[in-house]
Design a protein around this ligand. Structure first.
Ligand SMILES: Cc1cn([C@H]2C[C@H](O)[C@@H](COP(=O)(O)OP(=O)(O)O[C@H]3O[C@@H](C)[C@H](O)[C@@H](O)[C@H]3O)O2)c(=O)[nH]c1=O
Length: 392
């Protein structure tokens, strides 16, 4: 569209497939575009209930509400809010745009005096090499409209990685004061954690690897605290818990010799980031927590979202190669083997690899600290996106 005001109006559509990743990624992007580029972002979401887990102030019964400068709109079918086109439409992860939206794009295309919004499909993050060649390619639709594929990624030929401009300085400040982590733990209702204990956050899918590691952590020298929200990871530990899963509440903790399992409340994304900054090791999953663990500059294990025919292992391998590019082979080998064993649920192997983690921990931590700046390749996803729109 042509006016100055309309140029600032972008629509983002998110269909929640499962869990919190689809909405997690789009919510991060929407907040950043509104805050750093002063764009008028309308975020259409088809499942506000899931969204409210990571934005507790959200009221799922409202059709329209505003948080962090973003208009959050309920995407119902048919739409109960009239769609007014802006200058950009982002469909997240190939979700199908509402009928009313495509109709309005077609009408604008037919009207020679109007320009339809630039239509982008934001893809999933992958470190695979083919992404370089597919990023920013157009795809001609039956209607004659064009849609562009925007691929996040780790090279300068891709759409980059979501990262707010002030994130690294905020994280550095946070980590420079060890009291911050203890204050956060207290705020989260976690008890009896000493600053020298080993703290591990866990946000994975179900896996037997976790049960095996819990067995090991009970007999380690250092006290181990497992910080874990109610959800998929905890299902793998139900055999350890003294009460039924339904009765478990945030703030509870269970002790097993050297290991304490703490039940975390779900927090908003800023709270989740701080948790990752505060732990010694983070076990994460999906796409958004995976990236946030990298930005936390701490060693991590990535439990990748399982796909058909084990295709996720191809993606895991591609990322491990990129992450380990300039790491000494013995460190890279150890870390990659640990990630693979965790993803394969290989109980004995994951335990053996963890037992020797101490020997590689220092260089791994140093690598984790250097990695974020290298991974960004000078430009984050939002800035590449804004540039792409400008050049289109
Ligand atoms: C535990 C926790 C998470 N979060 C947020 C962080 C992330 O934005 C979000 C979790 O998203 P993810 O890490 O991406 O994992 P995920 O497993 O939740 O999500 C996804 O993974 C994708 C790969 C799939 O394709 C998606 O369909 C989706 O399943 O939840 C909070 O904000 N507060 C919390 O307390």
């Amino acid at each position: 569209m042509s006016t100055e005001t309309d140029n600032k109006h972008w629509d983002i559509f998110c269909a929640v497939v499962d869990n919190y990743g689809d909405i997690g990624v789009t919510w991060r992007l929407a907040k950043q575009l509104a805050h750093e580029y002063e764009l008028n972002i309308k975020l259409w979401v088809d499942d506000l209930h899931s969204f409210s887990h990571i934005l507790p102030e959200l009221d799922p019964s409202q059709t329209s509400q505003q948080f962090c400068g973003v208009d959050i709109l309920r995407w119902s079918s048919p739409l109960d809010i009239t769609f007014v086109p802006g200058s950009v439409i982002i469909e997240a992860f190939a979700c199908e745009l509402p009928f009313e939206v495509t109709e309005s794009l077609i009408a604008l295309k037919k009207d020679n005096k109007a320009t339809p919004p630039l239509w982008l499909n934001l893809e999933y993050l992958s470190a695979e090499a083919w992404v370089d060649g597919c990023h920013a390619l157009p795809s001609l639709q039956k209607s004659g409209l064009k849609k562009f594929f925007f691929f996040p990624g780790f090279t300068d030929k891709t759409g980059g990685l979501i990262c707010e401009k002030s994130l690294f300085s905020e994280r550095e400040q946070w980590q420079a004061t060890p009291d911050n982590k203890l204050a956060l733990f207290e705020q989260l209702g976690l008890q009896a954690i000493d600053k020298n204990d080993l703290c591990i956050s866990v946000f994975s899918y179900e896996t037997e690897a976790l049960a095996a590691l819990c067995e090991l952590w009970q007999d380690t020298q250092k006290k181990v605290h497992l910080l874990i929200p109610k959800g998929r990871s905890l299902h793998s530990l139900s055999h350890l818990l003294p009460i039924e899963y339904e009765l478990i509440k945030p703030g509870q903790h269970y002790e097993y010799k050297q290991l304490t399992i703490h039940i975390l409340p779900m927090t908003d994304q800023q709270g989740f980031d701080k948790l990752l900054w505060s732990c010694d090791i983070n076990i994460v999953r999906g796409e958004d927590s995976f990236l946030r663990a990298q930005w936390a500059a701490r060693p991590f294990i990535w439990h990748i979202y399982p796909q058909e025919d084990d295709y996720h292992l191809v993606k895991l391998e591609a990322f491990m190669q990129v992450y380990c590019d300039n790491l000494a082979p013995e460190i890279a080998g150890h870390w990659s083997a640990l990630n693979l064993a965790f993803n394969q649920g290989a109980q004995n192997r994951v335990k053996t690899l963890w037992q020797h983690l101490d020997s590689v921990n220092r260089p791994l931590l140093q690598h984790a600290q250097e990695w974020p700046v290298n991974a960004l390749n000078d430009a984050d996803l939002a800035s590449r996106l804004v540039q792409f729109v400008k050049n289109s």
